[in-house]
Design a protein. Structure first.
Length: 246
């Protein structure tokens, strides 16, 4: 056992050569690790990844319902407006900060790229950077996911800033049906982003607490990327429907 293993600074990576069905004890590990956690399943899809896809499909139905309600209410209120007058949707849309939402969108979409870079590092067993911090090409899972977390937090901060501005101007979820639809749609998405940030902290924490980076941890990093790409995709639709189409 080397001094680097004992320090815990660089988690050891379990290789695919450990195929025995008996618990394995990689160099640096304190307790035996089952081979099912070290190696991917053979001949069948990973159940965690499959379960994540099924859950995201059901979550997509939830957001589809929100979109349907949004457009239905918009159509009803527009039809009810007197000819030649400004509709409720036009008045509500005029209060939104499109430049701020645009910057938020750019940040969130860019975070999908950094998240995927982290997944690629995890697939190669690269947990942490192998060179200086400024050498981005040598970054590992930790660095890419920390950057993704920061970008996601900036998105939430931008959304909170817009909420604060709207509430300061007297526009709340109970003001009218437009703001009810706006706060519900964007608020539920914001909760999903916050959930993703918590998941990133969980994955990052495991890389610091364990000495061996297993296939199980790589799958965790991968399924969180599925979730993160999903919330990015939903936001692009929300941004287009609420901010661009009005």
């Amino acid at each position: 056992m080397t001094s680097r293993s004992l320090s815990g600074r660089m988690p050891l990576v379990a290789t695919h050569s450990q195929t025995s069905s008996a618990p394995a004890l990689p160099s640096g590990a304190v307790h035996p690790i089952a081979s099912a956690r070290l190696n991917p399943p053979k001949g069948r899809p990973d159940m965690v990844a499959l379960g994540t896809w099924l859950w995201l499909a059901s979550d997509l139905m939830f957001f589809a319902t929100l979109f349907a309600a949004y457009f239905m209410i918009r159509q009803v209120t527009t039809d009810a407006a007197a000819p030649g007058t400004q509709t409720l949707w036009q008045m509500g849309h005029a209060t939104l900060s499109i430049p701020l939402a645009g910057v938020d969108t750019l940040i969130l979409v860019s975070s999908s790229v950094t998240c995927q870079m982290g997944v690629m590092a995890a697939e190669h067993g690269k947990v942490s950077r192998s060179s200086g911090l400024l050498n981005v090409g040598k970054w590992g899972l930790r660095e890419w996911y920390i950057l993704t977390f920061i970008m996601g937090a900036l998105f939430i901060a931008g959304q909170s800033l817009e909420y604060a501005s709207l509430i300061h101007d007297g526009h709340t979820i109970s003001s009218n049906v437009y703001f009810s639809a706006f706060f519900l749609a964007t608020g539920f998405h914001g909760l999903h982003v916050t959930g993703g940030l918590i998941a990133f902290l969980f994955v990052l924490g495991r890389t610091y607490m364990t000495r061996t980076f297993t296939h199980e941890q790589a799958v965790s990093a991968m399924v969180i990327s599925y979730y993160w790409h999903f919330v990015d995709f939903v936001w692009i639709i929300l941004f287009s429907a609420i901010y661009l189409l009005g």
